[in-house]
Design a protein around this ligand. Sequence first.
Ligand code: SAH
Length: 205
Amino acid sequence: MLDARLRLVEQLRNRGIADPRVLDAMARVPRERFVDPSLRDFAYDDAPLPIGGGQTISQPYVVALMAEAAELGPTSRVLEVGAGSGYAAAVYAGIAQKVFAIELNQNLAEQAALRLATLGFGDVALRQGDGAEGWPDEAPFDAILVAAAAGAPPDALRRQLRIGGRLIIPVGERTQAQELLKIVRRGEDDFEETSLAFVRFVPLR
Ligand code: SAH
């Protein structure tokens, strides 16, 4: 499994992921532990996989792309919306100081919290809830990463960025036409938006 994981990291490097912190974190998180045992042989394919409830564990390349775009570092306070299996939260926790993660689906939230605790990712605080509201008590964040597509970036999330903070979010009504956006809060009411890639995520509910 470790060999397969390191091969995957090499693929990510070849696809253009350059941040050593991101590559190092991807090399340390056992993705096979975040999927059903029947899917373990596919854990290091660079593809999304089903995790139940009609949801999927994110594709490794997209997790790496988002982590890199979010400019995560050892002092970052991070919010993830749509924790799903907990995989991306574990990758972000491998880089950041503290990760807060929200998952709407009660079942997935419980399983992910248990899994993260078992694997020793204690620096992730995961709760069930509607992530479109953010996590006001823990704001502001250096980075907010959203794993489900919205019609438009929720204002609550933009407002929970510190000045200089980055929001990485897929936007688009149709699954076929979503754009991954990076929104940097330059000032109190000044947000700078760039497009990173075309992507496919499940909808934000
Ligand atoms: N990052 C996850 C990917 C999960 S897929 C992983 O690595 O496994 C996206 C998740 O977003 C789904 O689990 C879905 O239940 C969740 N979701 C959708 N709308 C949400 C909302 N409003 N608040 C929180 N989570 C939401």
